[in-house]
Ligand binder design. Structure first.
Ligand SMILES: CC(=O)SCCNC(=O)CCNC(=O)[C@H](O)C(C)(C)COP(=O)(O)OP(=O)(O)OC[C@H]1O[C@@H](n2cnc3c(N)ncnc32)[C@H](O)[C@@H]1OP(=O)(O)O
Ligand SMILES: O=C([O-])CC(=O)C(=O)O
Length: 455
């Protein structure tokens, strides 16, 4: 008997893959033929309507006479414009992430005393269960912090005295604890990754209960624990604009799909983290920076639009690593003319770049944002209104804030957990039916062949 060598590119593995290729072709025309909504998208690109929500609205286009008309993007949390939340918190010079988490979970802006109370509860829940860090994080390091977040969230099930109780009260307790603990898990996982894989020092600074979530993250990742109020407030803005994006984004939908089965919160949230890690979703913020670093090296004159366009064309033609053919940070399933979060981040990135002497880098990002749609149209022959999405400028802001690249996508997760929890609870409290779409089968009936008659 030949042993199967499972090493990458081994002839045996290649033979197995060829077996798969020979028996698993579905031609793209079949999607149209059977009216299957590839990617759960209608023929005009809009999403298939899969649910009702009170939590958020994502507006990116208008429909007039059955035609999709591109529009300026608008994002509202519980009916309130995201820009107004950011401007309100900035004008009052206070942190906003905790307030947004309350708004998303409970449906109304908190009063001052409700907010003070909620902040205290969150900070009292930040510590991890006894021996959790030792057993789940330090003893089993992961190269990837998102992977460690997902595994840790799943492991929290075993530390919960009542993990499968689906009452609103229990879901709410678990949600609040998860929102508070995920940043702690993230910073511990990062320290362990640094020590184990990067051979650098690892430090676990004590938590300070008086700090906001953004401050506690900076406290945990800076070797000397120092940061300015301005830096913490900017990180807080980054967190609140990533906190929620409707029920249809892939990770939130994942959390809702799992929740619709009646599974526990830890299973649903760890699956959502796995979804967010993907480079077409939250993982794009990390890929944007890798892509831009490649572009900075590959383009001699950053101001030369032709040279930048040529490089973007090479990306789309899959000639540049990672050979995905994607210009990361550009395009969106809903937004057309603009993603309001990218607009906010761009403004912050520009301000910070001027201060940090990184204006040339910022200008190059802006050039890519402007050129990408026309290069896309040239290469695909399909003109498309596309804009920078939330992931385009976030990595640049994080880099200028001294946040390590290992934490770009995890920062998204520790923010979005507020939205995931709100949607899980909404799914369980207001829907109550298992999600179960259909797949059209293209297989034909064939007879079973006894093993000694097969060739
Ligand atoms: C937090 C977030 O998730 S924000 C999004 C983060 N992701 C990225 O930045 C990755 C780059 N962008 C993309 O891949 C896409 O624009 C997505 C995933 C965001 C949206 O994808 P879709 O909803 O399928 O976009 P849309 O319907 O406009 O796409 C039409 C076609 O253009 C392609 N396309 C869209 N954007 C890009 C891009 N930036 N680079 C290359 N091709 C693109 C799509 O892959 C799709 O190709 P297909 O017809 O061969 O399947
Ligand atoms: O809505 C989407 O498809 C992706 C997105 O921007 C998000 O989840 O923030």
């Amino acid at each position: 008997m030949t042993e199967i060598n499972l090493e990458n590119h081994s002839p045996e593995l290649e033979a197995l893959c060829n077996e798969f290729r020979a028996n698993n072709r579905i031609s793209p025309e079949n999607f149209e033929l059977y009216q299957v909504k590839r990617g759960l998208r209608n023929p005009d690109g809009t999403g298939v309507m899969a649910g009702l929500t009170l939590i958020c609205n994502v507006h990116g286009y208008l429909i007039a006479d059955g035609e999709l008309i591109p529009d300026v993007g608008k994002l509202t949390y519980r009916g309130i414009d995201l820009n107004d939340i950011v401007n309100g918190c900035t004008a009052e010079n206070r942190f906003g992430f905790e307030e947004v988490a309350w708004l998303l979970l409970f449906g109304k802006q908190p009063t001052k005393s409700q907010l003070d109370n909620f902040r205290e509860v969150l900070s009292s829940c930040r510590e991890l269960p006894e021996y959790f860090a030792e057993d789940m994080i330090i003893k089993a390091p992961s190269k990837n912090v998102m992977n460690k977040l997902a595994r840790s969230v799943l492991a929290l099930y075993s530390y919960d005295g009542d993990p499968d109780n689906l009452s609103l009260e229990n879901n709410m307790r678990q949600a609040i604890q998860l929102i508070a603990r995920l940043p702690t898990i993230m910073t511990y996982a990062y320290q362990v990754k640094r020590r184990h894989f990067d051979k650098k020092s690892m430090y676990f600074h004590p938590l300070d209960p008086n700090q906001s979530t953004a401050e506690s993250i900076l406290n945990a990742i800076r070797p000397d624990r120092s940061f300015t109020d301005e830096e913490a407030k900017l990180l807080d803005i980054c967190m609140l604009i990533h906190a929620e994006h409707g029920g249809g984004n892939n990770s939130t939908f994942t959390a809702r799909v799992l929740s619709s089965t009646g599974t526990d919160i830890y299973s649903a949230i760890s699956a959502a983290i796995g979804s967010l890690k993907g480079p077409r979703h939250g993982g794009a913020n990390h890929r944007v920076m890798t892509m831009m670093n490649g572009l900075m090296e590959g383009v001699k004159d950053w101001k030369d639009e032709e040279e930048v366009s040529d490089y973007l064309e090479r990306i789309l033609r899959k000639k540049v690593p990672d050979h995905s053919g994607l210009i990361y940070g550009i395009g969106h399933a809903v937004y057309t003319l603009s993603d309001p979060r990218a607009v906010i981040l761009k403004k912050q990135a520009c301000k910070l770049a001027e201060k940090r002497g990184m204006k040339d880098q910022f200008d190059l990002f802006e050039r890519v944002e402007q050129l990408a749609p026309e290069v896309f149209a040239k290469v695909t022959g399909k003109p498309k209104v596309m804009c920078a999405n939330v992931d385009f400028y976030s990595g640049l802001v994080y880099e200028m804030l001294g946040i390590p690249s290992d934490l770009y996508t995890p920062m998204f997760a520790v923010s979005r957990i507020a939205g995931w929890c709100a949607h899980r609870i909404e799914e369980m409290e207001t829907c109550g039916r298992i999600m179960r779409p259909a797949y059209r089968s293209l297989s034909k009936s064939i007879p079973y062949v006894p093993i000694d008659q097969r060739n």
